[in-house]
Design a protein around this ligand. Structure first.
Ligand code: CTP
Length: 414
C-alpha cells in the first residue's frame, strides 16, 4: 500500500544526513517514506556511509541529487560545490542525522567542520534531529553521553536509540528505531511551531471494555482509528497531547498515552487531566451500559444443565456530562468536542446531543453509510457548531477528517 501524503510534510525540505553505521540501510526506507509523504529530501552521505549504501539508492528513492563530498563538482542539478555547504542548510525545514555514529555525534558536539554534513550542521538555522546508532556499549560510553548532553543542551533533539541485539551479536542500547518512529519524531520537530504550540489537547479513543468476569467483557466495534488520527493531527499542529485510549493501535510518537479499559476508568483519566486542558475531543465509543457486577472468578457453565447466566446491566457514567459539570466551575477545557454515531435522524439527534452535553462542536457520523464509521479508514461526517453552524465534510480518510476537526478547534481556542 502506498503511504498517504502527510499534510505537515508537504513540500518541506528535509536534509537527511546519513553516516557510516550498519543501520544506514534503514535510512533508505526513511528517505523513501518521507518522499512518499510529500517531503523534498536532500541526502548527504558521509564517506563511511557510502561503504554501506550507495548514493544511487538514495537518488532513486528521493528523485533528487545526493551530496557526498564537500569538494564534488556536480553536473546533475545539485548545488555547485562552492555553495553546497551553506546552500543545503539554507531554506531547509529540518536537518535529520540518521543514523548518527559516535564519531559524527562527537564532531557535531564539538563543532568540527571537516565534511559536508558537519559544515551543513553549523550553517543550519532549522531544527536539528539526531538519531544515534552504534554497536556494543559505545552509546553508553561517558564520552558519547557527554556529547549527547551537549547537543541536547544546544536544542538538538536526540532520538533515543532502542535496545536489542546488534549485528555483532552483542545486546545493548544503540539500535536505530523503526522508520515509523523516526517519522513521528520528524513530525514532532516540524509541528513544534504550528498553530497549537503551547496548547494541551486531550483525545479519547477506542471502545471501552466493561468486564463480566476476569476473562470476559462487553465492548463495541470502535477501532480507535478516528481518535488516533485526531491525536496525530493535534501533534502535527504542535499541541501537547494526552491520548486516553481503550484501543491498542500503534502509539503516535510524542503523545502521553493513558491506557484505560472501562468507561469509569476513562472518566477518571479524563477528569484527572482536565485542569490543564485547552481542548477535549471525546472520540471514544464509551459503553452506555456495563454489567452491574463483575464476577471475581470466571463464570463456569454447568455440564449437566442448559442453564445460562443472566447479565444485569447498569448505566455507566456519562463522561461528557461530568466534563460539562466540571467546566461550569473551572472554565476548562476551553473547547469540548463530542462525537455522535447515529443510525437514523442524524442531524436532529446530533443537535440534541450537542445541547444536552454542552459541546462546542459535535461530529455527527451516519454509521449506516458503507464507507464511514467503525473500522474503515474513511469517514463521512457533518460538523455541528454550538453557534448553529452545520458543515458537511466530503468523504475523506480519517486523517483528513481529523485535520479538519483540529483546524476548527484551533479557531475556537482563545
Ligand atoms: N460519551 C460519554 N460518556 C458516555 C457515553 C458517551 O462521554 N457514557 C460521549 C462519546 O464519547 C461521544 C458522545 O458522548 O463523544 C456521544 O456518544 P453516543 O454514545 O453517540 O451518545 P449517547 O449520549 O450515549 O446517546 P445514545 O447512545 O442514546 O445515542
Amino acid at each position: 500500500m502506498t503511504q498517504e501524503p502527510i499534510t505537515l510534510l508537504q513540500n518541506k525540505r528535509i536534509v537527511l544526513a546519513v553516516t557510516g553505521s550498519i543501520a544506514a540501510y534503514k535510512a533508505a526506507d526513511l528517505a523513501s517514506k518521507l518522499t512518499q509523504a510529500g517531503a523534498l529530501v536532500d541526502v548527504i552521505m558521509t564517506e563511511a556511509a557510502e561503504r554501506f549504501v550507495t548514493p544511487l539508492s538514495f537518488q532513486s528513492l528521493t528523485g533528487r541529487p545526493v551530496y557526498t563530498n564537500l569538494w564534488q563538482n556536480e553536473s546533475s542539478g545539485a548545488l555547485p560545490t562552492h555553495i553546497a555547504h551553506v546552500g543545503l542548510a539554507e531554506g531547509a525545514d529540518l536537518l535529520l542525522v540518521a543514523p548518527a555514529t559516535a564519531n559524527t555525534l562527537a564532531k557535531l558536539a564539538h563543532g568540527l567542520a571537516d565534511d559536508l554534513l558537519t559544515v551543513t550542521a553549523l550553517a543550519a538555522r532549522c531544527p536539528i534531529v539526531v538519531a544515534p546508532a552504534m554497536d556494543g556499549s559505545m552509546y553508553q560510553h561517558p564520552a558519547t553521553q557527554a556529547n549527547v548532553a551537549t547537543l541536547r543542551q544546544r536544542g538538538v533533539t536526540i532520538i533515543e536509540p532502542e535496545s536489542g541485539r546488534f549485528a555483532s551479536g552483542l545486546v545493548g542500547q544503540g539500535r536505530l528505531p523503526e522508520t515509523i518512529t523516526l517519522l513521528g519524531h520528524v513530525r514532532l520537530a516540524l509541528g513544534r511551531s504550528a498553530a497549537l504550540a503551547g496548547k494541551h489537547v486531550i483525545v479519547t479513543a477506542g471502545g471501552t471494555h466493561e468486564a463480566i468476569d476476569p476473562v470476559r467483557f462487553i465492548t463495541n466495534r470502535s477501532s480507535g482509528k478516528q481518535g488516533y488520527a485526531l491525536a496525530q493531527a493535534a501533534l502535527d499542529a504542535g499541541a501537547a497531547v494526552t491520548l486516553v485510549t481503550a484501543s491498542d493501535l500503534p502509539q503516535p510518537v510524542g503523545a502521553q498515552i493513558i491506557n484505560v479499559s472501562s468507561a469509569e476508568h476513562m472518566q477518571q483519566a479524563v477528569l484527572e487531566h482536565l485542569a490543564t486542558a485547552d481542548a477535549l475531543l471525546m472520540a471514544a465509543a464509551v459503553a452506555d451500559f456495563r454489567p452491574q457486577s463483575r464476577a471475581d472468578q470466571k463464570i463456569k457453565k454447568k455440564d449437566d444443565s442448559d442453564e445460562a447466566p443472566t447479565i444485569i446491566l447498569a448505566r455507566t457514567p456519562d463522561i461528557l456530562l461530568s466534563v460539562k459539570d466540571r467546566r461550569s466551575t473551572t472554565g476548562r477545557p476551553y473547547v469540548v468536542v463530542g462525537f455522535a454515531a447515529e443510525s437514523e435522524k442524524l442531524l436532529a439527534h446530533a443537535r440534541a446531543k450537542l445541547e444536552r452535553k454542552g459541546l462546542d462542536l459535535l461530529i455527527a457520523n451516519d454509521i449506516t453509510a458503507p464507507d464511514a464509521g467503525f473500522e474503515v479508514d474513511t469517514n463521512r461526517v457533518v460538523i455541528l457548531g454550538a453557534d448553529g453552524s452545520q458543515t458537511p465534510l466530503a468523504l475523506a480518510t480519517k486523517t483528513r477528517i481529523a485535520e479538519a476537526i483540529i483546524s476548527r478547534v484551533t479557531h475556537l481556542l482563545p
